[in-house]
Design a protein around this ligand. Structure first.
Ligand code: AMP
Length: 219
């Protein structure tokens, strides 16, 4: 099963993908996480990715597509994956269609998350991540029991380098210019499931994940 998480930064793609990954028993493939791992390990890919990520721009399509293609060929991806943060451009979506066609697979559902823009900024500036187990917290919406310490593994939390107000603005612009056309791309293919994640309608990641599971069961 191939699921895609679509949505602006800070809408909760990673959270929903994590829940779905556990429930469905298939890996969450986050291109952002792969880039961050390479940055922390100071690999060539990490150095290249950092030069784009720090500006809020996208890593070039050829590099990103190759990364995902290799990941899809790995043993643990054979039953399916949840793509979190890929595709992000029409060229990436078209390349993914070709890759999947070659391995006799197809996109089963694209989950499009939306959140009011003012909430997005608030969510991103308050986001904290665990560098060890990758758990994601929010200082306001989802705080840890002990300040600054991961509930799950006890490591010290950090903020993502690109979660500052200046970079967030470029990331949002990049999203609206280059990624949002994918909403139509998948809608036209009849593959889109949209959900709003917002404080005001009290829809949390776990509710969205349950809605997705119900929809998948009904198909
Ligand atoms: P994320 O963790 O998904 O917010 O991704 C963090 C950053 O990694 C993005 O702002 C991009 O610079 C880069 N990135 C992640 N996924 C992609 C992708 N599919 N294409 C290009 N750049 C990406």
């Amino acid at each position: 099963m191939i699921l895609i998480m679509l949505g602006a930064p800070g809408t909760g793609k990673g959270t929903v993908a994590g829940i779905l990954s556990k429930k469905l028993g298939i890996p969450q493939v986050s291109t952002g996480d792969i880039f961050r791992k390479n940055i922390s390990e100071k690999t060539e890919l990490g150095k290249l990715a950092e030069s784009y990520i720090s500006k809020g721009a996208l890593v070039p399509d050829d590099v990103t597509v190759k990364l995902v293609e290799d990941r899809l060929n790995q043993e643990d991806a054979q039953a399916g994956v949840i793509l979190d943060g890929f595709p992000r451009t029409t060229a990436q979506a078209e390349a993914l269609d070709k890759i999947l066609e070659n391995i006799n697979k197809k996109v089963d559902m694209t989950i499009n998350l939306t959140t009011p823009e003012e909430e997005i900024i608030e969510r991103i500036v308050n986001r904290r991540i665990c560098p060890k187990c990758k758990s994601v917290y929010n200082l306001v919406l989802n705080p840890t029991k002990k300040e600054g310490i991961c509930d799950k593994c006890g490591a010290e939390l950090t903020a993502r380098a690109d979660d500052n107000e200046e970079t967030i603005k470029s990331r949002l612009e990049t999203y609206f210019e280059q990624t949002s056309p994918l909403v139509n791309y998948y809608e036209e293919k009849g593959k889109l499931f949209s959900a709003t994640v917002s404080k005001t309608i009290n829809k949390m990641g776990v509710d969205v994940a349950n809605d997705v599971l119900k929809k998948l069961e009904g198909e």
